[in-house]
Write a protein that binds this ligand. Structure first.
Ligand SMILES: Nc1ncnc2c1ncn2[C@@H]1O[C@H](COP(=O)(O)OP(=O)(O)OP(=O)(O)O)[C@@H](O)[C@H]1O
Ligand SMILES: C[C@@](O)(CCO)CC(=O)[O-]
Ligand SMILES: [Mg+2]
Length: 395
């Protein structure tokens, strides 16, 4: 390893429209948010691999000599299509993590060990990885994808598979397009381990940043969209994306003739939203356009309830905001977690403040977010705040 320390970060995301239906090949619109996951990788000489995950109170280490035998008989990664089932099985046995586990710590450890072993397969290196995130864990803002994108970028750079784009003159830097594609593909592997059946939209936003249209693996950046103001509410109701995604699949299998038209309709909502945003960018963001965006939010929220991924806490969010003329929907996998509320340009500050207060009184966290943050980056320590450095350096 040429460099002894790597600092990287990746953003979380909100899905405007298309969660769940995107898993079944439909269109989704998603945008990065200004909350990031930060990772520090250090080369060490301890002969151990160590992971520190303070958000989930997990601090573990393994001797390299104990990990090495897990790689016996491993094939070359088959074009990074599917995780190696044999290696995963051995890893589950080694860590004592069962097949049906959705436990936060188990999933984070499994994704880390899998990515570490496959990236460093030829020569396992002694490293310490510390991750700390500003994103709520498991709340619909793409915390798993930001985690996987950071792991992928740092491990691939440390291994020398991709470059280390930071030069002494820069505080932050991004990789070349082909390298970002590789980061995204490895992060998708991590998502497969955590989610079971991810669409790839979340890791695409974590890698590329900005506003994206995602359709069956095709990523189209939308650079011309108008600036939208969004209120984010975390209901703090815990949920697992893996469980919710598999519940939707069961429903589609049980009632295909009922559920497939719902998926089609959600796709049409995404397409209509994209058209509306294009027209807003060209003609100015008039009230008529906002009325359309609000109706699309309401339609999609009803569809998501039909798919079984609503929650009474999200109903409360919709009711409280609608009483003030504001429209909300869940974002991400639903079942609790976060919702978004569209703010109109004329929505006045005191009304936003009173909405936030009322949502907080319901036990929720609520704040106005800024969207369109950059994708994965490598940083010098000068680029990071003292608070973040203190956390990452304390292990
Ligand atoms: N900061 C973190 N440290 C360690 N593990 C994390 C961290 N953030 C996320 N994870 C892993 O990701 C899992 C959460 O992923 P999950 O997909 O269920 O939620 P999400 O990504 O926040 O929401 P969504 O997928 O709906 O956007 C956690 O259980 C944990 O394994
Ligand atoms: C629910 C889902 O559509 C979005 C989770 O943020 C799952 C996925 O796309 O992988
Ligand atoms: Mg996730």
């Amino acid at each position: 390893m040429q460099t002894s320390e790597f600092l990287v970060s990746a953003p979380g995301k909100v899905i405007l429209h298309g969660e769940h239906s995107v898993v079944h090949g439909k269109v989704a619109l998603a945008v990065s948010v200004n909350l990031r996951t930060h990772l520090r990788l250090q080369a060490t000489s301890s002969g151990d691999v160590r992971i520190n995950l303070p958000n989930i109170d997990t601090f573990l280490s393994w001797e390299i000599t104990a990990l090495q035998p897990l790689l016996a008989g491993c094939k070359e990664q088959d074009g990074l299509k599917e995780p190696d089932a044999d290696l995963l099985k051995r890893l589950r046995e080694f860590t004592g993590i069962s097949d049906d586990s959705t436990d936060t710590r188990s999933m984070a450890v499994l994704a880390f060990l899998y990515m570490y072993l496959t990236v460093f397969a030829g020569s396992l290196a002694s490293i310490t990885v510390s991750v700390w995130s500003e994103l709520p864990t498991g709340a619909g803002l793409g915390s798993s994808a930001a985690y996987n994108v950071c792991l992928s970028a740092a491990l691939l750079s440390a291994r020398g598979t991709i470059s280390s784009p930071l030069t002494p003159q820069l505080e932050s830097a991004r990789w070349r397009k082909e390298e970002l594609e590789l980061i995204n593909r490895w992060a998708f592997m991590g998502e497969k381990i955590i989610h079971g059946n991810p669409s790839g939209v979340d890791n695409a936003v974590g890698t590329w940043g900005g506003f994206l249209r995602y359709h069956a693996g095709n990523i189209t950046p939308l650079s011309w969209v108008p600036i939208l103001r969004i209120l984010l509410t975390n209901t703090k109701v815990p949920r697992s994306t893996k469980v919710l995604v598999s519940g939707v699949k069961d429903k589609i299998n049980k009632f295909p003739s009922i559920m497939n038209p719902v998926l089609e309709s959600i796709s049409a909502v995404s397409v209509t939203c994209e058209q509306t945003l294009t027209e807003m960018a060209a003609h100015g963001p008039s009230a008529d356009y906002y009325n359309i965006l609000e109706e699309l939010i309401d339609i999609n929220q009803h569809h998501l309830n039909v798919m079984g991924v609503g929650h009474s806490s999200l109903d409360t969010l919709c009711r409280v905001t609608l009483a003030r003329g504001l429209h909300s929907k869940l974002t991400g996998a639903g079942g609790g977690g976060c919702g978004i509320t569209l703010l109109r340009p004329e929505t006045d500050t005191s009304m936003i403040q009173s909405t936030i207060e009322e949502l907080k009184a319901c036990g929720f966290d609520c704040w106005e977010t800024s969207i369109g943050a950059p994708g994965v980056q490598q940083h010098s320590s000068a680029a990071l705040s003292q608070d973040i450095l203190k956390i990452l350096n304390s292990y």
